[in-house]
Design a protein around this ligand. Sequence first.
Ligand code: SF4
Length: 606
Amino acid sequence: MDKNHLKRDNEAMKVLLVYPDIQTLQFPHFQHGVASISATLKRAGHPTSLIYLSRELEDDSFIQEVQAYRPDLVAFSSTTMQYPFARRYGAAIKSRLGLPILIGGIHATIAPEEVMKDQVFNDLIRAEGEYPLLEYAQALERGSDPSEIRNLWRRLPDGTIRKNPLRPPADLEQLPLVDRELFDNEVLMRENDRQVPLMASRGCPYACTYCCNSVLSELAGGAKNLVRQRRVESVMAEIEDLHRRYPDLKSLIFMDEIFTLNRKWVREFCAAYRGAFTTPFQIFLRVETVDRETLGILREAGLYSVIVGVESGSERIRREVLNRHMTNEQIIRVFAWADELGLETWDFNMIGLPTETAAEIRETMEINRRIRPHHITVTIFYPFPGTPIHERCEAEGILQVADTTSLFLHESTLNLPTISRQRLQELAEEFRGLAMQIEAGKTAQGYLDLTAAYEKARVTSGGPKFVALWQVRISGEDRICLLLHPPSAASYTVAVKPQSLLRFSMAFSPDVWDRPGGGCLYRVKVKAPWRKEKVVFEREFDPKRRPEERGWVDAEVDLSEFGGKTVTLTLETSTPNGPNDYCVAFWSRPHLAQKEAAAIKERRSA
Ligand code: SF4
């Protein structure tokens, strides 16, 4: 360690936090653990800053950013998926700046041996990092030896690893409120539709085999130590603070693993919240932890959306592979209650699990058809190191060496004897298509939603995968769309009601805004019986040249003249100036509505 980099006299030790979040397909987000560590350091007088790595940087640029802050200590926090980036940038700091570095976060916690094997980080912190990192900074500041710090693993000069015992999980009431200034609030608000996250508890008492919570629980000496709930008053005080900080906040999301673990607490919270705030909020729940009454109370308090892990529709897979013992009936019931209460629903599903068959994947699709969530996520299973299911995969010899950065994205990292890779890919694609249709159907607009009716469309397309249902986020807003990569068209047979309007929004993927070439021509054509086909809408859309078109641009076409007739309605895209690979043209939720009904709906939503 180069002592020149240690604390300058009379200055508090400056800590730079590095959080890689590269190629995850996630949107910039607030990370509670890092923000809590920063608040704890700041409370003790240590200035902090954050490098949020949302894209891969050249090592030189990264090093320049580090130097610009002149830190005395650099602490990385990394997930398993992001660890290759932490390792790379940690090595760059180590070799070029010689600054003290260490790593914490979930990957260092669940796979410390793997991290130590790499010889990049000589110090790592397992489990919650607030107090261990503070003590570490204080030790460096004093020039004393940090080797005794609990939660620390340290490579000693003789190459052996010192593995210190863990301290009990922190008392949440003793921790400061998370550091909201650490992240770029403007970006977070914009990219997350002005939704602000917070946590009212930490930990989960369940032990799903694929989840790092089962490891954390074991490290904490049991779930009873791991699960901690904040007092309602302190949560309310934080919510008040959030409203002061972000006057334009639109909604809250509680990032607790399971918000509904303690029904008594939920009731108290709801009573306090209802009297003080009207901001809608979203929660994660597990189906066994709620009844109809509790959901109703939450709804009255402002709950608008629930996120539920269904994971598999096969009770055998859930029971024998995932250690999740809820029944399908329980899942179906909770989603039905949510529908009755008008709640938005999200669910997560995994496919490609050990021992899973194609028929069991179909069971998962089937339960989704049954519960019809508003938003469905389908991932190909990846076993996190350190989890029980990872051990099982290893023991069964089905684990492949994988690039962890491809996590959740495309391919299975397992060799499953029950299903081939190709079949799994096909089923994943089918499932994702189904998911979008369920979502479009659930949120159908007008009397005919062309996204929901996509299966009935006749498609002419310029190439494979030119036309599909697609989910895209632009300016913090997720939308299901019809992708019509030019030259392509989708035609529908439609019985047009009197006074009809066709409404839709146009957008290009942000990925191509800065690419070469121009835009494309959006066209709507109608062919009525005994009449020539008529172009009823035509617009060249070009967000590359016209910044005002970078986002969703709404359009409306009056179809009154076709009222009472059955017509062929065609949505078409083309590039009049020749082919252009960088035109990812989306039509968001094209739908037919009637003028009067549309006006009433607008008045209501206003
Ligand atoms: S219920 Fe959720 S948070 Fe708890 S162990 Fe299972 S997957 Fe993890």
